[in-house]
Design a binder for this molecule. Structure first.
Ligand code: SF4
Length: 354
């Protein structure tokens, strides 16, 4: 395969939303994909060193992934500018300006493939965006691009089905890449259930979220995310929060919160947001206020490159411990011990209907 038919994709930001699609799409066109390595302390520090300290952690991490790809010798890197994903639904300015930001801070010689998707101002369709993405490889044939797009959707849809069924991000992606669909059938019962609300790039990057899914599993806590909800449920969730869809990532935060706050099977909510993120500060505040109405406990975890794992674990443990105690208390309050059986060795208990 010629070196020219190779594309670097940073394992950060939109990777966690769209990579299954990119995989099916570029593979079908015969373009080799090189992904950056998983986020490490080094990724964070090398990225942080090139941007102003106020920049949010996911962007610092993204810069670190670009540097990692350059170390691997990749000379074409896909850095899309995803402005607006639907009519009047926008990404935050940092995501929209990613190609410009990278051009300004990474002073190395490489080609940025900065295809733009703008469904609001430009009323662009997906095809125009894809055409721009493959133009640097000399691919212009409409039929070929559309066929590859179908392959992309195939991988993406399989991936979503598996993620929705509760499979981990890594496993769902690995099966989807092989063209397989494996559905989990986890029969284990958990005493406590928690919804985790965060942007996918914070949630599924194991370094940023500090493997929160594994930690909660060890604490016997079942986890839910926006990925287990349909788009209709997320839209209803946004309406129930008296909110309007404006930010592209409003679904995974406000929409999921609106749904899970009303779900009696969910005992608590955990939000993970990047320190200094404007959209998150508004959404998390809105979620915290609504949670008070529903008497649902919320743990807000704000992350930056200084966040230590020990403090993170302590807060999660304290939160789940409180949820266990709350649940035990609510069960005990529902139990009536019959007067006449109080003296027997095994008193009859019944769950009251109140
Ligand atoms: S939405 Fe927040 S976390 Fe994401 S890029 Fe924008 S400022 Fe950073």
């Amino acid at each position: 395969m010629s070196e020219a038919m190779q594309i670097g994709i940073p394992r950060a930001m939109s990777y966690y939303n769209y990579f299954p699609f990119w995989y099916g799409f570029f593979e079908d066109l015969g373009i080799e994909i090189v992904i950056s390595d998983k986020t490490t302390k080094q990724t964070m520090s090398s990225g942080s060193a090139l941007v102003v300290s106020e920049t949010c952690l996911p962007i610092k991490v993204y810069v670190g992934h670009i540097l990692n790809l350059l170390e691997k010798g990749v000379d074409k890197i896909f850095i899309p500018s995803i402005q607006s994903i639907d009519h009047k639904i926008y990404n935050c300015s940092k995501i929209r300006g990613l190609p410009d930001l990278i051009k300004n801070v990474v002073k190395q010689d490489f080609t940025i493939i900065d295809a733009t998707l703008d469904k609001s101002a430009k009323n662009q369709g997906l095809y125009e965006f894809l055409k721009e993405a493959v133009a640097p490889f000399g691919i212009t044939d409409e039929k070929r691009i559309k066929k590859a797009s179908k392959e992309g959707w195939k991988v993406m849809n399989n991936f979503k089905i598996m993620l929705n069924s509760g499979l981990s991000f890594e496993k769902a992606l690995s099966y989807a890449k092989k063209g397989q669909v494996v559905i989990t059938n986890n029969q284990k019962s958990y005493p406590i259930s928690v919804a985790i609300l965060a942007h996918n790039y914070n949630l599924y990057d194991e370094r940023i979220s500090m493997k929160i899914f594994d930690k909660l599993e060890k604490l016997d806590v079942k986890t839910y995310t926006a990925e287990q909800l349909s788009i209709e449920q997320l839209k209803e969730g946004i309406c129930s929060m008296d909110s309007k869809l404006y930010w592209a990532n409003e679904y995974e935060m406000t929409g999921a919160a609106g749904h899970y706050l009303q779900d009696n099977n969910i005992d608590g909510i955990i939000t993970i947001n990047a320190f200094g993120c404007g959209p998150d500060s508004i959404m998390v505040e809105r979620i915290s206020r609504a949670a008070r109405k529903f008497n649902k406990p919320v743990l807000n975890l704000s992350v930056d490159e200084q966040t230590g794992e020990a403090g993170f674990v302590t807060r999660i443990e304290a939160f789940t411990d409180m949820l266990f105690r709350k649940k035990r208390a609510s069960i005990i309050n529902k139990i009536d011990i019959k007067e006449e059986t109080k003296t027997s060795l095994e008193p009859e208990i019944k769950i009251s209907k109140k």
